[in-house]
Design a binder for this molecule. Structure first.
Ligand SMILES: *[C@@H]1O[C@H](CO)[C@@H](O)[C@H](O)[C@H]1NC(C)=O
Ligand SMILES: *[C@@H]1O[C@H](CO)[C@@H](O)[C@H](O)[C@H]1NC(C)=O
Ligand SMILES: *[C@@H]1O[C@H](CO)[C@@H](O)[C@H](O)[C@H]1NC(C)=O
Ligand SMILES: *[C@@H]1O[C@H](CO)[C@@H](O)[C@H](O)[C@H]1NC(C)=O
Ligand SMILES: *[C@@H]1O[C@H](CO)[C@@H](O)[C@H](O)[C@H]1NC(C)=O
Ligand SMILES: *[C@@H]1O[C@H](CO)[C@@H](O)[C@H](O)[C@H]1NC(C)=O
Ligand SMILES: *[C@@H]1O[C@H](CO)[C@@H](O)[C@H](O)[C@H]1NC(C)=O
Ligand SMILES: *[C@@H]1O[C@H](CO)[C@@H](O)[C@H](O)[C@H]1NC(C)=O
Length: 903
């Protein structure tokens, strides 16, 4: 049969629905290492791969296929050339694609050593290619994608040669295809093992017969027992029931069993795994047969029937098999099957959380180096310097890289167990680590750290703490003794002196102290003339708290007594005493502070018990961040609240906490989330806010699709206006002035009526004196929103909030997140990507769901103020008041546009 005619014939048959299928858009066909475009005999256009990969060397190889000899380009990757990844664009996000790769060795290098390597797609390792077994080797994957880009990577296997590839294809598949019966296999993908056009023996069929360009192999050598019968018919079939949309040409042939007997397909498999089997049946015979279907000897469908002109599919899963046979057993007439597909079911590891990914991006930015951190940090292979358990980052090792200070972003990696920052030029105080309560090993040695800071005591899981060769001064803080798991503490080669806390004197803990000015459990040894280190005339920073001096006096006495046994008994006694005393001072301090606070206006004081009852023992988590958790609560009067619990007491000292509460209680504005009250007891620092049931702007923009539809342009402008009002109040309506420092979509909350309020002043800085123009601080904030000028100068002004707010405006306009972790480098950063388009009035980058619904002038105003707000030079940015004015105008223009349209 002439294939071309047949194609036209089907087109006529299926009329309109075929227009879409005929559309070749969405095909990507790369000739790897190729240099020229060409169109093949199926009129598929092939292009060189150089725009999709940056590594690898190219060459070509001559080889004979069938009767013709051809020269095939290949791309190969000499050993240790770094990442070997293609970035494949996907035209239809949240769809199913077929990715097909062909690997050819054919002795292109003359070494006669076919390589073996593995390949990955997205986060999953999908296969190991062994060109010694098969050359060429083809892999085909059926992949659900939820991004506009998917990475396809080759990974060398040590000692097995240089990975090589010759072609790579991406084809969209019908939505919903290959999902039936897979409900109990979430997050899986498929790797093709067999796709057979049963009853057809004259070669393979693909595009244009199959508009999705699946390759259907001829039916040969699958049934040693039976002769194949090829039927062809001009009957018409109704395909709309089949999600896989198999081409008619495939269903027009079948393998039919002519005698009363069994028909068996035997499929050798290469891996012990779970498999997915699809059988296609079409009633192309004038009689209808009935038969049993058996897989590996077990009946999976009994008395199965196909009527004339009917098309049907059956789906089966087989768990943990190494070989497969499919048998049709006659009941009446002649069993038949028209096509068979067999897929290995692959696990797709979950991606790491977006908080983790953006924290790591900030860390990479702060090094000023390209660490090659791309795609997912954990899968398919964890990045250099990073270790994972599942999709959780548990170790970070950056020795030798100049960091200068401990980035706040490290505090966002809440699951870290190992952190190695030795020899990274760290200076000043140990900070930003207080949230790492799971940390077991911390190596900060060979830096220029001068102070312990106040956060180490929160690292309750810490086992090894290495601080050797820093310039730590003064005495060793008491709080280290509270780390009960600690078993190695290395303080060698610092400038410490004085007595060590008694609480560190325990059998399970090894302490190394040599190379300090004078450091021991007993002060007596400091008078030892052999200890000459004090010659350096140390600059001692005394610890200001009273209990420490008291403490050392006790130690002197003890040192004099010396009796170990007695000492021990007294130690215990004193420890208890000290502890009790410490607690008491803490309590009275807190109590006094609370008393102070009662005198301020708004905020209500809660007891911890009340908080526990309100949150139903912290049952429902609303959010989680480096500061701690936010829980849903209900006060005794029925009012819903959001309860923010810091698990990190010292991240804010008692003073700062009181300061923050004082600041927050003084601020009340309809576009700022209000503080209901707080709790400050012993180790607890809890803030109670009004609860906004509408969730965050981020939820609405990036949550489930259904919600996004309701985010019209006018609604987005209203939210922007509201949020700008809130920020304007912080910057201009309030004394002291407040800089928010963490403006982002997830910090803009919505109430029931979709009014927006700005929340989370946790990082806020108040500008005390009216004349102060900036404050110098450590850079805090969220990746993608941080003012680049603030990053480089560390000088914080209100314009930094304007920058972050500009990013929020760009998100409202474009409907995408500020950093995209999949995408070409050009589109990685929203600001860099969107600016030129919006400047040029090219509104095709406006969120798809807004297209055709906005007034161009309204959009122009909003876009212009957004791009001005993200100017690199802070002085070029408008003030928030100016931003607000422009947004109000854009809003009213859109309103009148809608009104005129409705008339
Ligand atoms: C691969 O290409 C790089 C430059 O792109 C070159 O330096 C290197 O020598 C090449 N390797 C081989 C084996 O040809
Ligand atoms: C993209 O996906 C949508 C459904 O999500 C579908 O309606 C549309 O036809 C797809 N487009 C292409 C080119 O496959
Ligand atoms: C599947 O993936 C989604 C998001 O990618 C995740 O939310 C869900 O928990 C995963 N399901 C399972 C069972 O792993
Ligand atoms: C097999 O297909 C080729 C073209 O692909 C055609 O020339 C030949 O006639 C076909 N053979 C049979 C037996 O149909
Ligand atoms: C094809 O089948 C679908 C569902 O199975 C049915 O809704 C539709 O009417 C059928 N079309 C024709 C032309 O029979
Ligand atoms: C099919 O597989 C089953 C179970 O593995 C085996 O018992 C049976 O002999 C196989 N049948 C054929 C025809 O290979
Ligand atoms: C198979 O099903 C048909 C009806 O679909 C019924 O008439 C026949 O008796 C059944 N045969 C067996 C062996 O169950
Ligand atoms: C560590 O400190 C000691 C004493 O100051 C010094 O001798 C040694 O060279 C230092 N080691 C390194 C690697 O700097």
């Amino acid at each position: 049969m002439d294939l071309h005619c047949f194609w036209v014939g089907i087109c006529l048959f299926f009329g309109f629905s075929l227009v879409a299928l005929c559309d070749k858009d969405g095909f990507l066909s790369l000739t790897c290492g190729g240099t020229a475009d060409y169109t093949d005999s199926s009129s598929i256009s092939w292009i060189p791969d150089s725009a999709y990969i940056t590594t690898g060397n190219t060459t070509s190889v001559d080889y004979i296929e069938g009767t013709s000899s051809s020269s095939v380009p290949v791309r190969y990757f000499p050993i240790s050339q770094g990442r070997k990844c293609y970035k494949l664009p996907v035209t239809n996000v949240s769809s199913l694609v077929l990715v097909r790769a062909q690997f050819v060795y054919k002795n292109y290098d003359g070494h006669r050593r076919p390589p073996s390597f593995s390949v990955s797609l997205g986060t999953a390792i999908v296969s190991t290619i062994d060109l010694l077994k098969n050359d060429p080797w083809t892999e085909e994957l059926v992949w659900p994608v939820d991004k506009d880009m998917v990475s396809f990577c080759l990974h060398e296997i040590a000692g097995r040669g240089a990975p090589v590839i010759s072609t790579l294809e991406v084809r969209p598949l019908p939505q919903e295809a290959y999902t039936s019966g897979m409900e109990d296999f979430p997050n899986k993908s498929l790797r093709k093992n067999y796709r057979i056009n049963c009853g057809y023996t004259n070669g393979t069929l693909r595009y244009p017969l199959d508009p999705y360009d699946r390759i259907w192999d001829a039916d040969q050598s699958f049934s040693p027992f039976h002769t194949s019968t090829e039927f062809k018919t001009q009957l018409s079939f109704n395909f709309s029931a089949l999600k896989e949309a198999p081409p008619a040409a495939i269903l027009q042939t079948a393998r039919v069993l002519a005698r009363r007997d069994m028909l068996t397909y035997t499929f050798p498999l290469d891996t012990l795994a779970d498999y997915y089997i699809v059988l296609y049946f079409a009633g192309i015979l004038p009689v209808f047969p009935s038969f049993d279907i058996l897989i590996n000897g077990a009946v999976v469908q009994s008395n199965y029937t196909i009527r004339t002109s009917e098309v049907r599919t059956l789906y089966f899963k087989q768990r943990g098999i190494m070989s497969l046979n499919v048998t049709l057993k006659t009941i009446s007439f002649y069993p038949q099957v028209n096509a068979i597909e067999v897929y290995e079911i692959l696990d797709v590891p979950e991606e790491a959380s977006s908080t983790t990914v953006s924290a790591l991006q900030v860390i990479q930015q702060s090094t000023g180096l390209d660490l090659g951190w791309q795609d997912d940090p954990c899968s398919p292979k964890s990045w250099d310097q990073i270790g994972c358990e599942g999709n959780i980052v548990t170790s970070l090792e950056l020795p030798g890289i100049s960091l200068r200070s401990i980035s706040a972003a490290i505090g966002d990696l809440l699951d870290l167990k190992t952190l190695d920052l030795h020899n990274t030029s760290l200076a000043g105080e140990i900070q930003n680590l207080g949230s790492l309560t799971r940390l077991e090993k911390l190596n900060l040695s060979f830096n220029r750290l001068t102070s312990f800071g106040t956060e180490l005591e929160n690292l309750v899981s810490l086992q090894i703490l290495d601080l050797q060769n820093n310039t730590l001064q003064g005495i060793v803080p008491d709080s280290l003794g509270e780390l009960e798991e600690l078993h190695l503490l290395n303080l060698e080669n610092n400038k410490l002196q004085g007595t060590l806390p008694l609480s560190l004197n325990r059998e399970s803990l090894e302490i190394r102290t040599s190379g300090n000015l004078c450091l021991s459990f007993s002060t007596m040894s400091c008078n030892d003339p052999s200890s000459n280190s004090s010659i350096e005339a140390p600059q001692v920073t005394l610890f200001p708290r009273k209990k420490h001096t008291e403490h050392s006096r006790v130690a002197i006495i003890l040192g004099a007594i010396g009796g170990a046994l007695l000492a021990l008994a007294i130690f215990v006694f004193l420890l208890v005493l000290l502890h009790v005393k410490k607690r008491r001072t803490e309590m009275t301090c807190a109590a006094r502070a609370v008393e102070d606070m009662r005198n301020w206006n708004a905020a209500r004081v809660f007891t911890y018990k009340e908080i526990k009852a309100a949150t139903n023992k912290f049952k429902e988590v609303l959010g989680r961040g480096s500061f701690g958790c936010v829980y849903l609560g209900k006060l005794s009067d029925g009012k819903m609240v959001a309860v923010k619990v810091r698990f990190d007491k010292s991240q804010l000292g008692a003073d700062s906490f009181i300061n923050e509460v004082r600041l927050l209680s003084g601020i009340s504005h309809q576009n700022l989330v209000g503080l209901e009250g707080f709790c400050h007891e012993a180790k607890q620092q809890i803030l109670v806010y009004e609860y906004l049931p509408g969730g965050s702007l981020a939820n609405h923009l990036y949550g489930p699709k259904s919600k996004k539809v309701s985010m019209s342009w006018v609604r987005r402008l209203k939210i922007a206006v509201d949020a700008a009002k809130g920020l304007d109040y912080l910057h201009n309506g309030n004394e002291p002035r407040v800089i928010h420092r963490d403006v982002k979509c997830s910090n803009i909350l919505l109430d029931k009526e979709m009014n927006a309020k700005v929340c989370d002043f946790g990082l806020s800085k108040q500008v005390m004196q009216a004349e102060a123009t900036h404050v110098t601080t450590i850079v805090k904030g969220t990746a993608g929103y941080i003012d680049p000028e603030y990053y480089s100068t560390q000088q914080l002004t209100e314009k930094s909030d304007v920058y972050s707010f500009g990013v929020v405006l760009l998100e409202l306009i474009c409907g995408r997140e500020p950093l995209s972790h999949s995408g070409t480098p050009d589109s990685f950063n929203l600001v860099l990507w969107a600016k030129p388009y919006l400047q040029a009035g090219a509104y095709e980058i406006v969120d798809e769901s807004l297209q055709g619904t906005f007034d161009v002038e309204s959009m122009r105003k909003a876009a212009l103020v957004a791009i001005k707000s993200v100017e690199r030079d802070a002085s070029q940015r408008p003030t928030i008041a100016e931003v607000l004015a422009e947004l109000k105008e854009a809003f009213s223009i859109q309103l009148s546009y809608l009104a005129s349209r409705d008339m």
